[in-house]
Ligand binder design. Structure first.
Ligand code: NAP
Ligand code: ZN
Ligand code: ZN
Length: 352
């Protein structure tokens, strides 16, 4: 074991502060990654504030990690020292159950090992995330990072990218489909870019009128403010796919009314409270309300390769780790354009 620098929460809702944690010495299949950039996901905030309950402290958030491989275990073949590597929301799973063998490691029957706020598969050793200088991970759960893309802009693809790519693929998104994206934050802006890259005609449904120009620049053909006005009447029955990325409770029934018959609205946003769904919102039109959780490892690599092909990265604002608490407040105020990414050099410098 060796000590490294990190920032984390010592208890639910406490401001994040510097702390040191221990990383394991690399095993035969491990890679050691010097973390260059880590994205700030709204899930980091939900968990650091224990909004989904069951949080484990101290917590080092961060599951949108891009870094450089500095050491590889004796049997590790996937990476050479000096290459870029990414880590998303999982660092291990059982590798033997049905979901694991089908490339759905996120749904491992034994429970995957999340990158933070959980344990390794021994169910004892706590995992710590990417707001830190280094991570040690089994090479099978590390992703190859396209070299032609800005590594800071790639970091958010490891969660926001795969979380929106996967439901679009599951729903068979194809050229000409009308896709509604609810909420233009970190996930939402990736949903717009990815759906547009698949040839869909994208409409952003937002509570923030000021985001219209951005939505169009990101690839949306239409932008609708959902507060007030007649958006819900005007767009009734228009969409083939709706991806709902909103982090706070809101009325799903209203959005289900915007689907064409037999089509699906997929929830990826995870508000920490139950929301009533009226049976007739689904029965009328034979609609589906679905959910989606990140994506498997192979699908995450497929998403990164898709982004390389289409030149897609996240729109980011780079911050030093010392600004993380301020960044959390801005995310909560829907004031993020469109993902904060921590430059981890700030954690290695003299002021750290
Ligand atoms: P984010 O950057 O904060 O974006 C959320 C967006 O939702 C905001 O920008 C805002 O967009 C909209 N919004 C916020 N509060 C709202 C309210 N009260 N009513 C209506 N709209 C509201 O968050 P994110 O990082 O994209 O994450 C979004 C959600 O997805 C979080 O709950 C997160 O935990 C979850 N998540 C799920 C997965 C998964 O695998 N399923 C993975 C990652 C994250 P407008 O200003 O455009 O309205
Ligand atoms: Zn996330
Ligand atoms: Zn499994």
């Amino acid at each position: 074991m060796h000590k490294i620098q990190a920032w984390g929460a010592s208890a639910a809702g406490k401001p994040l502060a510097p702390m040191s944690i221990e990383r394991r010495e690399p095993g035969p299949r491990d890679v050691v990654i010097e973390i260059l950039f880590c994205g700030v996901c709204h899930s980091d905030i939900h968990q650091a504030r224990d909004e989904w309950s069951g949080a484990m402290f101290p917590m080092i958030p961060g599951h949108e990690i891009v870094g450089r491989v500095t050491r590889v275990g004796g049997e590790a073949k996937k990476f050479a020292v000096g290459e870029l590597a990414g880590v998303g929301c999982m660092v291990d799973s059982c590798r033997a159950c049905g979901p694991c063998t089908e490339g759905l490691e996120q749904f491992c029957e034994k429970g995957n090992a999340p990158t933070y706020n959980g344990t390794e598969m021994d169910r004892k050793t706590p995992t710590y995330g990417g707001y830190s200088t280094e991570i040690v991970v089994d090479e099978g759960y590390a992703l190859r990072v396209p070299t032609g893309l800005d590594p800071a802009g790639v970091a958010p693809l490891l969660c926001a990218g795969i979380t929106t790519y996967s439901p679009l693929r599951q729903q068979g998104c194809k050229p000409g489909d009308r896709v509604g994206v609810v909420g233009l934050g970190g996930l939402g802006h990736m949903a717009v870019k990815l759906a547009a890259s698949m040839g869909a005609k994208v409409t952003v449904l937002s509570t923030s009128a000021a985001k219209e120009a951005d939505a169009r620049r990101l690839g949306a053909a239409d932008f609708v403010v959902t507060k007030g006005g007649n958006a819900f009447e005007r767009l009734a029955g228009k969409f083939d796919i709706i991806v709902d990325t909103v982090s706070a409770p809101h009325d799903y029934n209203a959005y289900l009314g915007l689907l064409r018959p037999r089509r699906a609205m997929v929830l990826v946003g995870a508000p920490p409270a139950a929301v009533p769904v009226q049976p007739f919102s689904l029965i009328m039109g034979g609609k589906q309300l679905a959910g989606s959780l990140i994506g498997g490892i192979a699908e995450t690599q497929e998403m990164l390769d898709h982004c390389e092909k289409h030149g897609i990265v996240s729109d980011i604002e780079i911050i030093p780790i010392q600004k993380i608490n301020e960044a959390y407040e801005r995310v909560l105020a829907s004031d993020v354009r469109y993902r904060f990414v921590i430059d981890m050099a700030s954690l290695r410098g003299p002021s750290a």
